[in-house]
Design a protein around this ligand. Structure first.
Ligand code: ZN
Length: 292
């Protein structure tokens, strides 16, 4: 089941992507929450109701007639993992981490599939990172690895867009990883039952049709259960939290010379069984200035 958030006729709500059509859950199952975090919080019964709506084969909207939003408009937390593929650790000239290297992307960086993200006015060093992202489905704490999959609602794609000069000029990554529009997600959350093994997925990234990243999630250093155990040792994970699991080699910053993104570029990330996430790049618009 491919869960989406979309806007149509002026309202934003959740649905299920089914090929080129969409099941509008607010019409098919009116008692369900219309917002993804609330839907995930409603747990297995909501998932079952959504699955019934899909199988009932009721009226559909055409994918072409809706606007896709970030599947989670504002994730409670976005907990990203750095240096989690050996080949990326090598290209970055770093040592293999002993512990997962966690950093936050701010909730406000979540961005829809298909909409362009911003080349900042304040930096030319814009880069992409194709990543598998885990979506948490249950409020949880102290989850042992062997029970980790119980708290996973599903998986999506994340472009962990990075502003490299801001990322590395101080010891923490936060300022370089959290610019508005710099966390494209989607297009859908693929429910966990359709992803029996998240560590066997081909991951590829293209820029303007040129293949830049080609790997497989089997190369993750810290696997999904280890990440969930590690994170939940410290704090509560909540429905709608997103964990981008790290990127393989092939980012623009380490090319010689570096190939940073330019306005007009198009970044496409494909993960087998999950989908394709494609976003263009535009100059940061003048109207991002907002005071009061
Ligand atoms: Zn990343």
């Amino acid at each position: 089941m491919r869960l989406i958030t979309f806007t149509e006729s002026g309202t934003t709500r959740i649905g299920i992507l089914d090929g080129e059509s969409v099941v509008d859950l607010s019409a098919a199952s009116p008692d369900l929450p219309r917002e993804m975090v609330a839907f995930l919080e409603a747990g297995d019964s909501a998932m079952d109701a959504a699955r019934s709506a899909l199988e009932a084969g009721g009226p559909r909207l055409a994918l072409a007639d809706i606007h896709l939003e970030s599947p989670i408009l504002r994730p409670p937390k976005i907990l990203a993992v750095g240096l989690n593929y050996a080949d990326h650790v090598a290209e970055a000239g770093m040592d293999t981490p002993k512990y997962p290297m966690i950093f936050n992307k701010q909730s406000t960086s979540a961005h829809p599939p298909n909409e362009p993200f911003h080349l900042p006015r304040a930096s030319p060093a814009l880069d992409y990172e194709g990543e598998l992202a885990v979506v948490i489905g249950k409020r949880c704490r102290h989850v042992p690895q062997e029970r980790a999959y119980e708290v996973v609602a599903g998986y999506t794609i994340c472009n962990d867009v990075s502003v490299r000069d801001w990322q590395i000029r101080v010891p923490t990554f936060t300022m370089g990883k959290s610019w508005d529009t710099h966390c494209p997600l989607g297009p859908a959350i693929v429910s966990a039952d359709e992803v029996p093994d998240p560590h066997s997925l081909d991951l590829r990234t293209w820029v303007n049709g040129e293949l830049r990243q080609s790997s497989n999630t089997k190369h993750l250093i810290f696997k999904v259960p280890a990440l969930i155990e590690h994170l939940s040792t410290a704090f509560t994970l909540e429905p709608g939290d997103v964990i981008p699991t790290g990127t393989p080699s092939g980012v623009g910053a380490v090319m010689k010379p570096p190939k940073f993104l330019q306005a007009g570029d198009v970044v496409k990330i494909a993960i087998s069984g999950i989908g394709e996430l494609e976003n263009g790049v535009i100059e940061e618009p003048e109207n991002t200035v907002r005071i009061g």
